[in-house]
Design a protein around this ligand. Structure first.
Ligand code: SAM
Length: 261
């Protein structure tokens, strides 16, 4: 009895090593011990989100490689009836990816354009400008809040990113995630036209860096209301700022909401 318990624990430990040595799209490396046999399932499943992204959205290896990071956070809810909201639909590629990866999820999407043609039994779309609080409020009135995951892949301007974060963070479930994609639009030398002022002080990247450097961490945004900044200060558990140098800039940040306030 004791021996089999020992082997199970060893299997779990080996699984971490195998997972760490397996890149998101390849199959697990060959077993190096009998114990690793028991744990091949998990690393084989990691990489699924990137595979499902394919070329239908730039979230995967075709573009920004965000899916590699997302899967580490979101794998836990793969078979759960979670609520996902994404700002930015375009051709619906990421909505289809979420629906395939989370077979029990309900998916809600905001876009400034009418994307009703992307709707189906589990996916609902809503027309709203993410920089207008009254329109975001209408979205919440229609579909409710309590999102496990909320992703901003909309227009990527400074006001849009910060107003949406300030307004919508309240509607993330405790323990859930709010993700801001494409924060590289804060780098006007590469991406002009996203509303970064000459001194860069209003950029989303600057806001996050200031937050991270603060003691205590503190949100300061010219686009947010005082109560929104206070809510973020009190409810963000961590800000996981990610950068990838993969021929295109790929900067995104995952904000986790505290379990309880
Ligand atoms: C990058 S695309 C979304 C791509 C999609 N998430 C995917 O990965 O397949 C950006 C989308 O944001 C929408 N958008 C632009 N400005 C917006 C705004 N102010 N409010 C809401 N949506 C906006 C555009 O209409 C477009 O469909």
């Amino acid at each position: 009895m004791q021996i089999s318990v020992g082997i199970s624990i060893a299997a779990i430990l080996v699984s971490s090593v195998v997972a760490a040595e397996t890149d998101s799209e390849s199959q697990p490396k060959k077993s190096r011990s009998a114990a690793s046999h028991a744990v091949q399932v998990r690393p084989a499943r990691l990489g699924e989100l990137t595979r499902l992204a394919g070329v239908r959205t730039d979230k995967g290896s075709f573009g920004h490689n965000y899916t590699e990071v997302y899967e580490r956070f979101l794998f836990q809810w793969k078979d759960a009836p979670i609520r996902i909201c994404e700002i930015g639909v375009e051709k619906g590629g990421s909505l289809a990816m979420w629906a395939d990866y989370f077979p029990k999820a309900k998916i809600f999407a905001i876009d400034i354009e009418d994307k009703a043609s992307m709707q189906n039994a589990r996916t609902k779309t809503f027309i709203a400008d993410q920089s207008k609080r009254d329109q975001l409020q209408s979205f919440i009135q229609n579909f409710g809040g309590n999102f496990d995951v909320l992703i901003d892949d909309g227009g990527h301007t400074m006001d849009q990113q910060q107003i949406s974060l300030g307004y919508l963070f309240r509607f993330v479930k405790p323990g859930g995630y709010y993700i801001v994609e494409d924060i590289h639009t804060s780098l006007p030398q590469f991406y002009p036209g996203y509303g970064v002022e000459p001194d860069g002080g209003n950029s989303t990247l600057t806001m996050i860096e200031r937050y991270i450097r603060g003691a205590p961490p503190k949100f300061e945004s010219k686009y947010m209301l005082p109560e929104e900044m206070q809510y973020l200060n009190e409810n963000v558990e961590f800000a996981d700022l990610n950068f990838r140098n993969n021929s295109v800039h790929s900067i995104m940040c995952i904000f986790k909401k505290k379990q309880q306030h």
